[in-house]
Design a protein around this ligand. Sequence first.
Ligand code: PMT
Length: 215
Amino acid sequence: FSPRLLDRCRVLITAGPTYEPIDPVRGITNLSSGKQGFAIAKAAVLAGAEVTLVAGRTDLKTPAGVKRIDVTTAREMYDAVMHEVSQHEIFISVAAVADWRVANASDHKIKKEYAGTPDLIFEENPDILASVAALENAPYCVGFAAETDNLIDNARAKLFRKNVPLIVANLVSDAMNQDTNAVVFVERDAATPLAKATKEHIAQALIAKIAQEVN
Ligand code: PMT
């Protein structure tokens, strides 16, 4: 792994889960730990990149040399990414972003005694990756896809829908909240599986792949 692969390249990464409030004490989130995204941030720094990491809720330590922006909701993540993106040549969207938020979230704790079973109304969150890929001066965009079935077909459908050149496909059971991962690099005309490995190893392989594509 060469330390000069992404020399001085500016890389923006999202990682971890988003959290969508229902009321001040309850919310909807997912099982993403942030480990894969943080490992990619670390590998990018090792490759000589300047790295900005937009992180959902996680207790993970910030890798040395990384600029970190903490967010909670998908809309906060969208705002942070849109604010930063023009300063970056590469965008890697590792975060598990909630597709929906609760439109009728309450400012007060919902009381069981008064409210019975609450009726939650959902509305769609912005698609951060698709929005970045659609920008006029879009960076090189890499998406992830966490699937429970039809891994490669679903990942390739995302590649076309979000209009990005590379999707890193992984099974939820292999990837989420694990220390290891097994991924497939899915491109328009190719699907390249990598052997199961630590998230640090997967991160270095991804950085090497991206360096090959952008240099
Ligand atoms: O955090 P870990 O525990 O280490 O787990 C890693 C991981 C499983 C979270 C990671 O490897 C992964 O697969 N991340 C993507 C999770 C996912 O479910 O993505 P998706 O299929 O919902 O979305 C596809 C792509 O669009 C992703 O790049 C996602 O970041 C992006 N997206 C999705 C929705 C949205 N509103 N905005 C987005 O940018």
